[in-house]
Ligand binder design. Structure first.
Ligand code: ATP
Ligand code: MG
Length: 143
């Protein structure tokens, strides 16, 4: 198993670069949980990551839809934001299980709102504000 991430990100560029680093290591079928409070840098990390997969369009928090799809890069990416989801069934009705089976990358902001939906293999990344920058820590899986 590769080493868990634990790093200070002094500025936006550092967040984007870490996203690219993570993206370069992906093969498809991964699930990445991006947790952290408002403005912690979740979407910025997602931008670096998706950019490294060759997707050239805009990457933003999925606000009006619960999921945003970035297709056409080396991996398809499905970017969820659980922030506005009230009930688990909203995600199930949207085809959550199918998204997990599509062989792309599933990324989730605010994953702790519905942790039971996330498969065991999920990589948990926690971002927080620190000294004007951000700190990121990868949480070890329980199993
Ligand atoms: N390492 C960093 N140091 C300082 N600012 C950063 C860093 N990383 C990201 N930012 C900035 O923090 C702001 C919030 O980032 P971002 O939108 O990625 O947060 P978020 O966690 O997705 O927020 P939300 O919970 O609202 O979706 C942006 O202006 C972004 O440029
Ligand atoms: Mg966001």
């Amino acid at each position: 198993m590769s080493e868990l991430i634990s790093r200070y990100l002094s500025d936006v560029a550092a967040t984007l670069e870490l996203g690219r680093e993570i993206g370069r290591g992906l093969r498809g079928g991964e699930v990445i949980a991006l947790s952290g409070d408002l403005g912690a840098g979740k979407t910025t990390l997602a931008q670096g990551l998706v950019g490294s997969l060759g997707y050239r369009g805009e990457v933003t928090s999925p606000t009006f839809s619960l999921v945003q799809e970035y297709l056409g890069g080396t991996l398809d990416v499905f970017h969820f934001d659980f922030y506005r989801v009230e009930e688990e069934y909203e995600l199930l009705d949207l085809g959550w299980d199918d998204y997990l089976d599509r062989g792309g990358l599933v990324m989730v902001e605010w994953p702790a709102l519905f942790p039971q939906l996330l498969p065991k293999k999920t990589r948990w990344l926690e971002l927080s504000h620190k000294n004007g920058g951000r700190f990121i820590e990868e949480i070890a899986a329980f199993s």
